[in-house]
Ligand binder design. Structure first.
Ligand code: F6R
Length: 454
């Protein structure tokens, strides 16, 4: 179910136990899927604002647990907007951030101190004394005591009213990496290699990413009265599925949230793609068999039965939750042929279209006969590795083909690597002055974008 249209009702539906309904029967954590992260973030900001205001009305402090990273940025932006335009006051708000790199200078642009001030604290009326962010400057000797005190402060204030979380691809929440104990308190921790690799682009290299951090523990988090976890994008889809549908394990610390009875995951379409009800909805309940879903389901059936389309039987369909599709289509025989033809029409030896051919059911139109084609290649070799044959055909069949090699200049492909390719081209076409320009213009700029014509 896509809930992007429920933004107004978000607060009233915010908690329905996962697994209560047919389509969520594989799920152990309540979640809401938005078509985009902006709508999701705005709803979460509304929930936080409502909480702050309700506490204000009671004359109480509102204790918020806050996260850094890319996921909550829009939530903070919306809270700042509400402060500026709607008078939302943070005067009764006390915050505790989840984590900080260790060691880390407070003024470093990489510090979570810097991040929180840049995105939130510098723009609202929070009392600076009410802001708590683990300090990356505490001496090693004092670290343990410092962490215990961090937890004590939260406890003294009555615990966290609301905890905002992101999730790492290792399944970490805060910096509770795989192996974290469900009973862990605030402590220092060694960061997982994957976490450091994910942070590398903003540090310019993985070597610059600190190896350690201070993080609030799982036990502290689980005592929060309300938890909302944000996950956006394809690269979170696998870990989101493991967390929501998998068994509780220290290998995926976020699965501990299955034991918290007031947690909601806010996802966008991409992050929800691996959930059973979204990836294979025919396995969880009745579905509307439109053309797109039918195609997706038949390809999936081929994969799990390891059969080609024309060999699928009625039994294969029935055994794999697709009996309603058979009822709709009559028999596997007719359905198989229909799907076979449909997929066959997506294959062509004329990737730029075949001149003077009936192209009504082909992927590429026949006219204009010759086209200008642009291939985007994230790495300098992707064009050849991933679509070398198609590339060759396009050139052979007379199209004007361009390749744009996208490089980050610092991480995925180093400047050095990108320039090496430019120099090879220079050797092949010594009279091409454009290559010289590229080489001179972009050296040291941190970003190289090379464009070749074939
Ligand atoms: C940050 C934090 C981390 C991040 C997580 C996701 O304070 O505790 O757990 O929430 O690594 O990071 P993003 O949002 O950058 O994908």
């Amino acid at each position: 179910m896509n809930n992007s249209n429920i933004s107004i009702n978000y607060l009233s539906i915010k908690y329905q136990p996962a697994g209560q309904f047919e389509d969520t029967r594989y799920e152990k954590i309540h979640n809401i899927v938005f078509s985009n992260s902006v709508d999701g973030s705005i709803c979460v900001a509304q929930e936080i604002a409502e909480l702050i205001k309700s506490k204000q009305a009671l004359g109480e402090d509102c204790i918020l647990g806050l996260a850094t990273g890319s996921s909550p940025i829009k939530v903070y932006e919306e809270l700042v907007r509400m402060h500026n335009e709607e008078g939302l006051s943070f005067s009764n708000v006390v915050t505790f951030n989840l984590d900080e790199y260790y060691p880390m200078d407070i003024n470093s642009v990489h510090s979570y101190h810097y991040f929180m001030h840049q995105h939130l604290f510098d723009h609202i009326d929070i009392n600076p004394e009410n802001v708590h962010i683990p300090s990356g400057t505490v001496s090693l000797n004092d670290l343990q005591k410092y962490c215990i005190n961090y937890d004590l402060k939260i406890k003294e204030l009555g615990g966290l009213d609301f905890q905002l979380l992101g999730i790492g691809r290792t399944g970490h929440i805060g910096f509770n990496e795989p192996g974290s104990h469900f009973n862990s308190g605030t402590r220092s921790i060694t960061l997982d290699h994957l976490t450091r690799a994910d942070a590398a682009p903003s540090f310019l290299s993985i070597d610059n990413v600190p190896k350690r951090a201070i993080t609030i523990g799982i036990s502290t988090l689980k005592k929060a009265k309300r938890i909302v976890l944000l996950a956006w994008g394809h690269n979170k889809a696998v870990i989101v599925k493991k967390t929501i549908e998998g068994k509780i394990t220290s290998e995926v610390p976020a699965t501990y949230l299955q034991e918290h009875n007031n947690t909601t995951f806010i996802l966008n379409d991409e992050a929800s793609q691996e959930l059973t009800r979204i990836k294979t909805p025919w396995l969880v309940g009745s579905c509307v068999w439109d053309e797109e879903l039918t195609g997706k389901a038949v390809v999936w059936l081929c994969e799990i039965t390891k059969k080609s389309i024309l060999k699928l039987t009625d039994k294969d369909y029935n055994d794999n939750g697709m009996s309603s599709l058979l009822v709709q289509e009559g028999s596997s025989y007719g359905l198989n042929i229909k799907m076979f033809n449909k997929l066959q029409h997506t294959i062509t030896g004329w990737p730029g279209g075949k001149p003077d051919a009936d192209d009504s059911s082909r992927p590429e139109r026949a006219s204009p006969r010759k086209k200008r084609v642009l291939i985007f290649s994230p790495h300098p070799d992707d064009d050849v590795i991933s679509m070398g044959g198609t590339f060759d055909r396009l050139v052979e069949q007379g199209h004007k083909v361009h390749v744009a090699y996208q490089t980050s200049g610092n991480f995925a492909v180093s400047n050095h690597e990108a320039l090496k390719y430019a120099e090879v081209i220079k050797d092949v076409s010594p009279n091409d002055s454009k290559i010289d320009n590229i080489i001179h213009k972009f050296v040291g700029s941190g970003r190289i974008f090379i464009w070749f014509e074939h």
